[in-house]
Design a protein around this ligand. Structure first.
Ligand SMILES: Cc1cc2nc3c(=O)[nH]c(=O)nc-3n(C[C@H](O)[C@H](O)[C@H](O)COP(=O)(O)O)c2cc1C
Length: 356
């Protein structure tokens, strides 16, 4: 079955961003074909035990596509047929922007990792709204919001609010991204006073009480994470996405000197530690989306048992290919079988509970 492992060396010969563009183009094309539904039987893993109900939304399984892969929702119709339980588009900013100059995406095969400094290249909130308007999707869709590079930090809340209101009717949940390392100053918005202002304005505009989450960096210290988590409670946020890419470079085998965010396998342990910390701090009361270095069912199970209710992948999908989703879901199902859980939700945080 592992056709992807055979073709990967060929794919990896291409420039990573070109390869990404081509893959997205092919998926966008596939999504419009009458046979797209047949992909379900190839890539899907239907198993009612893996279904998750959260925020009034139904997820057929807990594994989602992380933000950044399909920033402009070009291939949004494809993800549900590739087995994903949900997909997050964006990061989208108020103004369209080209991002940083290329090259800005690097593979680190020896580490099963990537470094990127894309810088929120995207078509802007208005273009995304036109693309999404009037369409229906078979899975929940999240919209990840960022700050435009031209907008000063002091006006960040105006920028986020514009995109939130413009896209409000078009997403099932929204994410405030204050954790990308590639927009100067952005991560300062994780500081309690700045974040509090943005959350207050967005929640005031959130008339239908749509789930609003905040996505955090793995590089925050425990106290800073606690401050964000406390704010989430204060502003009635729906959850936290932990984590974005890291600026740390510890333990890499690759000899690469590039600035940007590191993703993939080297991020796994830290992002799981952040998930676990938040779960313990909130006694499991704040839903967590676990993301960072998930490649296998084992990795996914680790995130769930340490407190994640939902999961996302990006870099793993590049390395493992489209069959990865099915493999991960089968792996989760096997773990549940072994531990005697009937529904995945029972396993969330079980590493810290005296259940079995
Ligand atoms: C090329 C690339 C672009 C990304 N762009 C975004 C983005 O626009 N917004 C965002 O919130 N996260 C972005 N991310 C971070 C991912 O969503 C995810 O949090 C991170 O890569 C860790 O997961 P992984 O180890 O499965 O890749 C990006 C990651 C990569 C590799």
């Amino acid at each position: 079955m592992d056709f992807y492992r055979l073709v990967r060396p060929l794919l990896f010969r291409a420039d990573p961003e070109d390869a990404h563009r081509r893959a997205l183009g092919a998926l966008a094309w596939a999504a419009e074909q009458p046979w797209v539904g047949r992909l379900d039987s190839v890539f899907g893993y239907p198993d009612p035990r893996l279904a998750v109900k959260l925020w009034g939304l139904s997820f057929a399984n807990p594994l989602g596509l992380a933000a950044g892969f399909d920033k402009n929702a070009e291939a949004l119709g494809a993800w549900e047929h590739l087995g994903f339980g949900f997909a997050e588009v964006g990061t989208v900013t108020r103004y369209a922007q080209p991002g940083n100059s290329r090259p800005r995406l690097f593979r680190l095969p020896a580490d099963r990792a990537a470094i990127n400094r894309m810088g929120f290249n995207n078509g802007g909130a208005d273009a995304l709204a036109s693309r999404l308007a009037g369409r229906q999707w078979g899975i929940p869709i999240g919209i990840n919001l960022g700050k435009s590079k031209v907008t000063p930090l002091e006006q960040a809340s105006d920028d986020y609010l514009y995109s939130f209101e413009r896209l409000y009717g078009l997403g099932d949940y929204f994410v405030l991204n204050v954790s990308s390392p590639n927009t100067p100053g952005l991560r300062e918005l994780q500081q309690a006073d700045r974040l509090g202002e943005i959350l207050a304005r967005l929640q005031f505009a959130n008339s239908a009480c749509k789930p609003l989450l905040v996505k955090i960096a793995p590089d925050l210290g425990w106290e800073a994470i606690d401050a964000v988590v406390d704010l989430c409670g204060e502003h009635r946020l729906a959850g936290v996405i932990a984590t974005n890419t890291t600026i740390a470079r510890t333990g890499l085998k690759s000899d690469i000197q590039q600035t940007g965010g590191l993703s993939g396998a080297p991020l796994r342990t830290r992002s799981t530690a952040v998930v676990a910390h938040i779960w313990k701090r909130t006694e499991g009361q704040l839903p967590i989306v676990g993301v960072g270095g998930i490649f296998s069912g084992e990795d996914a199970w680790e995130k769930i048992t340490h407190g994640a209710s939902l999961l996302q992948v990006y870099t793993g999908w590049i390395y493992e290919g489209p069959w990865m989703v099915r493999r991960i879901l089968a792996g989760l199902a096997a773990h549940m079988e072994r531990s005697g859980f009937k529904h995945l939700q029972q396993a969330v945080g079980c590493a810290f509970r005296q259940v079995h």
